[in-house]
Ligand binder design. Structure first.
Ligand code: MF3
Ligand code: CO
Length: 278
């Protein structure tokens, strides 16, 4: 299969950083407003106002007819949950997948939060699932610096998940990371699991989204009748973390992380290399 990968020069990567920082700002504003009692639509409104303040538009709104600015997926919902009147409750595990377009350049990232309260054991299990998914994401991102092929990302994530103690989470296979740039979803695919093919060679100019989705139980999933919301078949909890990462001559740079990935990559002995933003 022939893939065409859009390579960015340093100044285009700096343009993409603007969209990345808008996404980071949406995450910060949602984390700030998030509490039991808010609706998922309230969080969509927060995202819409941050987008407006940044002179950005949502890349999700209208994407194949998608009806909101962000995706909010609660508990057994894995991905593509549509914000609405649902009230978030103590102990819910919720992912916020957010995007922004500025001057034609796309940003895309997702974080998960566990709301305070609820059953203590369940809360701890959900925090663990989120911590593990986040760790899987950073291992995948680290592989962009230490590896040589796109497939090294999925191998790093898969190796990590397999090394975990029971209950070993499931890795969702139907949804994968992707290239990003002048469109939200571009070549290449970035699977979160080990694949037979090693994938494309990693090279400067690539910007890739690394976005593992893990499940507390089996990874099998179905799409609800709204034709968007993907849920676990067994009803187990799910979690999703995502960052967007540029590879350039000097190193890697996490465009959707305010610190460029400094804290997340430190445990792997990797220092992200920002480009000059002016
Ligand atoms: N942001 C998602 C991703 O990580 C895609 C959202 S699709 C939409 O790839 F239709 F919901 F916008
Ligand atoms: Co994405």
């Amino acid at each position: 299969m022939k893939t065409h990968i859009e390579l960015k020069n340093d100044s285009q990567i700096c343009q993409m950083r603007k969209a990345g920082l808008a996404v980071a700002a949406i995450h910060e504003a949602i984390a700030d407003a998030l509490r039991p009692g808010v609706t998922t639509k309230d969080m969509d409104d927060v995202a819409a106002s941050v987008l407006e303040a940044h002179g950005a538009r949502s890349n999700f709104l209208g994407y194949y007819g998608y009806p909101a600015h962000i995706c909010v997926s609660v508990n057994e919902e894995i991905v593509h949950g549509i914000p609405g009147s649902r009230v978030l409750e103590p102990g819910d595990i919720v992912s916020f997948d957010c995007g922004a377009v500025i001057d034609g350049w796309h940003g895309d990232a997702c974080f998960t939060a566990v709301l305070p309260g609820g059953d203590q054991d369940r809360h701890a299990q959900r925090e663990e699932l989120s911590a593990r998914t986040r760790e899987a994401m950073w291992r995948g991102i680290a592989a962009l610096a230490t590896g040589s092929r796109v497939g090294d990302v999925g191998r790093a994530i898969d190796d990590y998940v397999e090394s975990l103690e029971e209950p070993v989470p499931g890795i969702v296979e139907e949804y994968v990371g992707h290239g990003i740039g002048t469109a939200m979803h571009m070549d290449p695919d970035v699977p979160n699991y080990r694949t037979r093919s090693r994938g494309e060679k990693l090279c400067p100019g690539m910007v890739l989204c690394v976005e593992p989705m893990l499940t507390a139980g089996n990874q099998e999933n179905v799409t609800r009748e709204d034709e968007w919301t993907v849920v676990t078949l067994d009803g187990s909890d799910a979690c999703h973390w995502e960052h967007e990462v540029a590879i350039h001559e000097g190193g890697i740079w996490v465009l959707t992380a305010r610190d460029g990935g400094m804290a997340g990559l430190a445990p792997f002995g990797i220092t992200p290399v920002p480009l000059n933003e002016d």
